[in-house]
Design a protein around this ligand. Structure first.
Ligand SMILES: Cc1cc2nc3c(=O)[nH]c(=O)nc-3n(C[C@H](O)[C@H](O)[C@H](O)COP(=O)(O)O)c2cc1C
Length: 309
């Protein structure tokens, strides 16, 4: 699927609430340019894997794409429950989330919150390594509350021998704000025996090319909000009407998958515009936000899409 000139694989980052199977299939069929999609994290709640998370990675809902499911857990038994379920669905590559900064998760020592507890990471990895038929990758921050906590985590990677580690160079505490800590990223890249993937603020093909030039040893780059804002960012040239086709597929997909009636569908579609095409005129955006019925929404969205055609 090489329709750009980027010399290393481009991975689509997981964005919970945005890059679900409907979004991924629409991006893949209209624009492409993504070598593999990382699914938003799956988790165990009240002793069970969330149904919605399992549905999202069902192979039939992701046909034709390379999809890597992601798990978020601190408890080894929860992680193993998800690995087993994913193996039963046919997956043999699984990503481990050590990056989520959302306080209700991180403060429970999950996601980026685990980075301050190498002993917990060691236990988790030890359990995961017992499943030898799965290859793991890790997506992580440089630390939870200190920017060099990765130094205690990196040696533990030997337990799972990851395919790669994808780094977003902020601490969990920074959430999505503040400077990217490039110095720590470079130190990590220089000391990692494992392939490293860069993730953070890549918004154009040019940003990606500059990153690849600057770090020739990178295994891949991962793009998140840039691709959500412009799902055509990796396509050689977006053709007029492509964004409309993409949007039509989202409307169709969510209409099929959501079963909470028109009001729920409209709310869900309105939410797309929190990240999609952020450059559109504020008035057009407001009309989308104010729509109550599906007809009103579709008219407002159509006006917004015309503005980029
Ligand atoms: C709304 C939202 C949801 C996210 N969900 C996930 C997730 O489920 N798993 C994960 O590893 N990262 C998640 N992330 C982090 C992104 O994958 C990515 O690391 C981050 O946005 C930085 O990359 P970017 O600058 O290219 O967006 C999320 C980020 C946002 C803004």
């Amino acid at each position: 699927m090489d329709n750009n000139n980027i010399s290393i694989p481009v991975l689509a980052a997981p964005l919970q609430g945005v890059t679900d199977n409907v979004w991924r299939m629409a991006q893949h069929s209209v624009f492409g340019g993504v070598d593999a999609y990382y699914a938003p994290f799956m988790r165990v709640e009240h002793g069970e894997i969330r149904r919605k998370d399992l549905r999202d990675v069902e192979p039939e809902r992701n046909a034709g794409t390379t999809l890597i499911p992601q798990i978020l857990a601190c408890a080894p038994e929860h992680a193993l429950m998800m690995v087993t379920a994913l193996q039963q669905m046919g997956y043999s590559r699984i990503d481990i989330n050590l990056g989520c900064p959302f306080p209700p998760i991180a403060l429970h020592r999950k996601g980026s919150g685990m980075l301050a507890y190498p002993d917990l990471v060691e236990k988790l990895f030890g359990a995961l390594a017992t499943v030898t038929t799965v290859q793991y990758s890790v997506k992580m921050r440089i630390g939870w509350d200190k920017s060099d906590q990765w130094r205690d985590i990196l040696p533990l990677m030997d337990i799972i021998k990851p395919v790669h580690i994808a780094i977003h160079p902020r601490t969990g505490k920074q959430q999505y704000k503040g400077e990217l800590d490039i110095e720590q990223f470079e130190a990590l890249l220089a000391s990692s025996p494992w392939p490293v993937v860069y993730n953070g603020s890549l918004r154009t093909v040019q940003d990606i090319e500059l990153t690849v030039q600057r770090y020739p040893t990178l295994a891949a780059v991962m793009v998140g909000s840039g691709l959500a804002a412009d799902p055509g960012m990796l396509a050689p040239e977006a053709i007029s009407g492509d964004y409309r086709r993409f949007h039509d597929l989202l409307v169709e997909g969510y209409n099929d998958q959501l079963n909470g009636g028109e009001a729920q569908l409209v709310r869900h579609l309105q939410d797309i515009w929190q990240t999609f095409l952020p450059g559109i005129d504020r008035k057009l955006f407001k009309a989308i936000r104010k729509s109550h019925t599906l007809d009103q929404y579709l008219n407002a969205a159509s006006a917004a899409l015309s503005s980029v055609e």
